[in-house]
Design a binder for this molecule. Structure first.
Ligand SMILES: [Fe+2]
Ligand SMILES: [Fe+2]
Length: 136
């Protein structure tokens, strides 16, 4: 489920590259959460989770700038930004509350949530603006 698939390609190379990176970071996090050697990995989990969150913010900002530059419809832009913001809020909430408790199940849940969300978002909202971008 952490593999970037060709069906995610939306015709904008830089965006595809960024989406691939999101999947790679989520996969890294999943791998750490899945280690069963008895070690804690708290620092590494925090670090990779931070990297995923930071890269997500970077990617969303990149997309939003692109949509604005291309004159994407304001209503669609606002709806898209709201989806981004909701996701960031969710990630921040997890980072503040749950990760401190070092619960691996929580981490697994959030990785699953993130990958599922990213996939749906790429195939839905991102695909719509990419189609607009390529047309214009
Ligand atoms: Fe995206
Ligand atoms: Fe997006």
């Amino acid at each position: 489920m952490f593999e970037w698939k060709q069906e995610y390609a939306n015709g904008i190379d830089e965006i595809d590259r960024q989406h691939q990176k999101l999947f790679a970071l989520a996969g890294d996090l999943y791998d750490i959460a899945n280690r069963k050697d008895g070690f804690d990995y708290h620092d590494e989990i925090t670090q990779v989770f931070g990297a995923l969150s930071d890269y997500t913010v970077y990617h969303f900002q990149y997309e939003e700038k692109l949509m604005k530059q291309q004159g994407y419809g304001l209503r669609d832009l606002a709806a898209h930004c709201t989806e981004h913001d909701d996701f960031i809020q969710k990630m921040r909430k997890v980072a503040q509350e749950d990760l401190d408790k070092k619960q691996r199940q929580v981490l697994m849940d959030v990785v699953m949530f993130a990958v599922d969300w990213i996939e749906k978002h790429i195939l839905g909202s991102d695909r719509r603006y990419a189609a607009y971008h390529i047309k214009s």
